[in-house]
Design a protein around this ligand. Sequence first.
Ligand SMILES: Nc1ncnc2c1ncn2[C@@H]1O[C@H](COP(=O)(O)OP(=O)(O)OP(=O)(O)O)[C@@H](O)[C@H]1O
Length: 602
Amino acid sequence: MRTSWADAVDNAASGSDSYGVRGASHRPAYVPPHLRNRSPTPEHMAGPATSNNGPPPANDRLGYSGQTSGSGSRWAGPRSDYGRPGNGSGGRGGRGGGWGNRGGAWGGRESEANPFGNDDVDGHEEIALDQESSGINFDAYEDIPVETSGVNVPPPVNTFAEIDLGEALNLNIRRCKYVKPTPVQRYTIPISLAGRDLMACAQTGSGKTAAFCFPIISGIMRGQAVAVQRPHGFRTVFPLALILSPTRELSCQIHMETRKFAYQTGVKVVVVYGGAPINQQLRELERGVDILVATPGRLVDLLERAKVSLQMIRYLALDEADRMLDMGFEPQIRKIVEQTDMPPPGANGRQTMLFSATFPREIQRLASDFLSNYIFLTVGRVGSSTDLIVQRVEFVQETDKRSHLMDLLHAQKDNGFGKQPLTLVFVETKKGADSLEYWLCGNGFPATTIHGDRTQPERELALRSFKSGKTPILVATDVAARGLDIPHVSHVVNFDLPNDIDDYVHRIGRTGRAGKTGLATAFFNDNNMSLAKPLADLMQEANQEVPQWLTRYASWAAYGGRNKRSGGRFGGRDFRKERAGGGGGGGGMDYYGGAGAPSAWD
Ligand SMILES: Nc1ncnc2c1ncn2[C@@H]1O[C@H](COP(=O)(O)OP(=O)(O)OP(=O)(O)O)[C@@H](O)[C@H]1O
């Protein structure tokens, strides 16, 4: 078997353990001489947990770079991500721990790496509190419809100051430049702090990550969750919170975000995911963990090896919960939640929070097995996108797709910006992704790919290369459809449309995030007949221009099967209401910014 780059890093890194990291709780972490007296590398600069200081560059796809010459494109250039096997690793160098009384003494808090990538370690930096600095356009959310159902729903808040999240967490919120909570945060944080289970459905890019992270971190900080002493096992760790997500990249992203929120709170966050060396993750776990972020497969592996016990879990969050409970993941999730020592849902057990932008009715039914007396919340026209994303659909035959894409890209690069806008192109298959990337590069468009056949270091490298703008085109399969928060993605192209309208919603949600605008273009042809009706409906709901030909296709197409939008017009209503003939029990609906506004719900 070929030794992967990540393994090489792992082997190299394991050498450092002999300096006292592994298991030696009182010795400081080894810091190489050239890094001494320097501030620690911000992890988010260095990439997710498995990589850093990789071996010297080596081109893993020779033969591509030559393709660009002579294309005449201003974009022409070598594929700059290839051959630069990842970097970044997480949490190793320089972080001594600082977890105080919890989970053992691993050194002083002052040695915790600053995840903000600036020098504001003490929080003394001037933090501008104007709305603009938050980078989020709150006006875009003024009239957003919100609906809650369930008994005794705690009221929403308008500001972070109204909620007692704890001083250290508040400081981190300011460091993140979050001036006020987004609608989903306004509603879910009080619900979660009240200890209630929650199923929350809110539009893509609307701040769901913080919505589940803040209450978890705050709860752990308050010590509610550690009222009972955690047991000590032989190399078994006992996290207090578990955050599950469907993809490795999303887990890494959640980990990085959570580390920012938890900075200097004493709450330790660790990520585990497949495709990366397990030994390195084990060592990270052994240094202490309060919040474990994981992909299901790797977690099951660790549970089977008895390296992780879920006995002390007080908080369980499922991000992209509908994906986590669909056919692909459900058995693993049931295993983790129902067949381990994880406390049951309910008052003396764990608190469970499920989040997504889409929540088909049948998935809600499954999900209710994991919840106790929960509150259902929908923010925005759920299952829809925001009006912030301009959606276009164009009729393009299969054979014309490439030239059509090239036209779009050419039109884009002529728009006068100094940097090429980031464009995310979704295709159906992994082979299709490689082939399109090859063709794009050959035509002078720097592109890279992310899909399940690439190694994890290659996937991480591709994502970094895209984020940095080195390769401003990322060709992706659905592995990149959910959750990824990449700033400045200005265009999402559905080169191949998905079969499921919910997948379309998540894909286009990679643009138009946090109140910003974006463009989504879909190539439609006869192969996408089954999507015609739900796509036309969705576009209409989002006030988009629906081409007449699509309306005609929509009226021809049989409307049913998997693309029937579950839960009525907005696809995200509490299924208990339908079951109980309208009584989800209490709750109600109001508007962000004004009570008593007329109902936008059918
Ligand atoms: N209160 C806030 N103020 C300003 N920015 C915020 C706030 N909350 C979140 N954000 C930013 O909004 C962006 C989107 O947040 P996040 O990734 O959590 O969205 P999401 O709802 O989980 O999206 P998706 O459905 O695609 O997973 C992030 O860049 C995040 O930092």
